[in-house]
Ligand binder design. Sequence first.
Ligand SMILES: C[S@@+](CC[C@H](N)C(=O)[O-])C[C@H]1O[C@@H](n2cnc3c(N)ncnc32)[C@H](O)[C@@H]1O
Length: 193
Amino acid sequence: MNDKSDAPGKSEYFDKAYRAPITLWGDVRIPEELKDIVETYKPKTSLELGCGLGRFSAFMARQGIKATGVDFSPVAVEKAKKRVANNEHKPTFIAGDVTNLEMITEQFDVSFDVGCFHCLDEDDQQKYVSEIYRLLKPGAAHLLWTMDHARSDIMLNPNYIAKVFENHFQLVNSKSSRRRIISSHWYWLICAK
Ligand SMILES: C[S@@+](CC[C@H](N)C(=O)[O-])C[C@H]1O[C@@H](n2cnc3c(N)ncnc32)[C@H](O)[C@@H]1O
């Protein structure tokens, strides 16, 4: 019988994946959409949800941004910290669940998520939205990349995303994508504080 530690929504599932030398989602390229966020908003601080091995937060730190990355896989977070140990500009990596980030109290200029949101079920999606709303400054942007078909069997599309975020964010743009050959979307959301 499959105990729940093997489910993709659990940190143990990702711990196992991150113990391997490479992960399925090991695309090292920095998305143009993330570079555009830096260009457009010129953020001084950034928060990454589901940072994995931390290469995108490491990119943000290299731009001079005070970058924080959160992931619930302690294995990923330890690897992420080791990878930047000798960097001049290091992000802060924190082991934590994106549905409860009470250990973070700072307010951020931008946040982003490349592949975490689609791991969440509907209840956890609402907790995620509340947490990033709490942690973003008024008018701050949240950049989101999700697969169209979430692991929990939810179909994600612009209407769905607009609805999930509607109490706290405005969906200002979306773009369909074949990142990693996966049917997916980029979403740009603005914190309506
Ligand atoms: C597909 S991976 C993407 C990792 C990274 N963004 C990248 O593109 O390399 C999804 C990440 O989200 C993390 N994750 C999933 N659910 C999470 C949760 N509830 N809280 C924190 N991290 C979570 C996983 O541990 C995993 O590192």
